[in-house]
Design a protein around this ligand. Structure first.
Ligand SMILES: Cc1ncc(COP(=O)(O)O)c(C=O)c1O
Length: 420
């Protein structure tokens, strides 16, 4: 075929971290050849699987199934589910919402695609605006969304070292300012890939600064409060008219159902509804139907706090213990594990790049994600960005033990500084 693709099309055809990750996931699906410590699949949590299985049986037993699959819902999402979402957030967070404040999307990745391109890129007033990430490393999936890739900009995190083997990223408020061409500011909390949770103080400061600059602040709660609530400590959810909250059902164990929720001002919700209508007509309602009753009864809060949260807390503890065992003797740092289901490791003085390390580890049958994909700067000059990897701990204990042993062996082969 001689004809060329459009610029829009070509935007999605190059190499990208998200594609690598999803290709790796597809390669390992149904294969025993790899231990997958790479992708963002949630763990199989038996209690959650049975809760959702029972909800599906109930749906199938009545006429609800035919109603859900037989027709198109509103492009804003199922009307009665929108009301359930409003009541849920009003009850739990005292947010004063109407259905005009809520839209359902086909997963939060799709929410970010819409929001980034609504607020970033060439705007109707003739100004080109950027989406600003107040600290990197940040979620790999933000890197491929903007039609103009130059419109994603990020600020380097400040590193606080904790003891000899831990560290934490913080927003560097000494340097941080809202850029004059910022269309929106965005961060994930907890952060994928690092397991960082921005403190309430950091979040409040960002809410104030963006409010003063009249710039929307997009908060990605894919792993956060109130569901799946994979956080080690309680966090507060900020409320302000310029804050846009994004939620997802994926990390509860419903990733295949592609359901995201956006809470924002009516103007933004109307825009999302219009894009949904144009790009997919309507939203798949099964995710909403599976969770609806659990939100009405508030049971979802208990399940997150009593099942999901302790499940991942134990996995995190185990993964850290195994890394300590196999990495001992070399210089390594683990980001404090405050949420989500990844460990982020930093090897100061790594003699090869994170990308080469990834390939070597993959050759030994283990998948991880090279850290540089999360830095969102072309040819990032920060040495640190090539010294990190992300490892998922949402796997069986046996896979963690075997996989982390292999990762550690490969790291030890190429670390410059061996501790004495
Ligand atoms: C931080 C973060 N945000 C958003 C998403 C997108 O999730 P989904 O589209 O499944 O809702 C992910 C998926 O891994 C993520 O890690």
């Amino acid at each position: 075929m001689k004809k060329k693709f459009s610029q829009f099309g070509s935007r999605f055809l190059g190499e990208s971290g998200t594609k690598l990750l999803m290709d790796d996931l597809a390669q390992v699906a149904g294969s025993n050849a790899f231990i997958n410590l790479g992708g963002g699949n949630p763990a199989r949590v038996p209690k959650m699987e049975s809760v959702f299985g029972n909800a599906m049986h109930e749906i199938l037993a009545g006429r609800q199934f035919e109603d859900i699959v037989g027709g198109y819902d509103s492009p804003q999402g199922n009307e009665s589910f929108l009301e359930i979402v409003c009541e849920f957030f009003s009850r739990n967070f005292s947010w004063d919402l109407t259905t005009e404040n809520v839209a359902i999307t086909t997963g939060s990745q799709s929410s970010f695609f819409m929001l980034f391109n609504l607020f970033g890129g060439m705007c109707v007033d003739g100004l080109e605006r950027v989406i600003q990430l107040p600290l990197t490393p940040e979620y790999i999936g933000y890197g491929d969304l903007l039609i103009n890739p130059d419109c994603l900009v990020s600020d380097r995190a400040k590193i606080r070292e904790i003891g000899s083997n831990f560290f934490k990223y913080e927003v560097d408020f000494d340097l941080f300012h809202i850029r004059s061409n910022a269309g929106a500011v965005c961060f994930s909390r907890p952060t994928n890939p690092t397991g960082n949770v921005l403190s309430d103080e950091e979040v409040n400061q960002l809410v104030t600064l963006t409010g003063e600059a009249e710039t929307p602040l997009i908060i990605d709660n894919a792993y956060g409060s109130p569901f799946p609530n994979i956080v080690s400590d309680e966090i507060k959810m900020p409320k302000a008219s310029h804050v846009i909250h994004c939620f997802s059902l994926s990390k509860l164990g419903l990733a295949g159902l592609r359901t995201g929720i956006v809470v924002a001002q009516p103007e933004t919700i109307t825009a999302i509804k219009s894009i949904n209508a144009a790009t997919c007509l309507s939203i798949n309602g099964i995710g909403a139907a599976l969770i609806a009753k659990l939100m009405v009864s508030n049971e979802i809060i208990g399940l997150c706090n009593e099942v999901i949260r302790p499940f991942y807390a134990e996995k995190s503890r185990l993964a850290i213990e195994i890394f300590h065992k196999y990495l001992s003797g070399i210089d390594y740092r683990i980001h404090v594990s405050e949420g989500a289901f990844f460990l982020w490791l930093w090897f100061p003085g790594l003699a090869i790049s994170d990308q080469v390390l990834y390939k070597r580890i993959k050759e030994r049958g283990v998948l991880i994600i090279p850290g540089s994909f999360f830095f969102h700067e072309d040819n990032c000059s920060w040495e640190h960005s090539k010294e990190c990897i992300r490892v998922s701990f949402a796997q069986s204990d046996e896979a963690l033990e075997t996989g982390i042993k292999i990762v550690s062996e490969e790291v030890k082969r190429c670390i410059k500084s061996i501790r004495t």
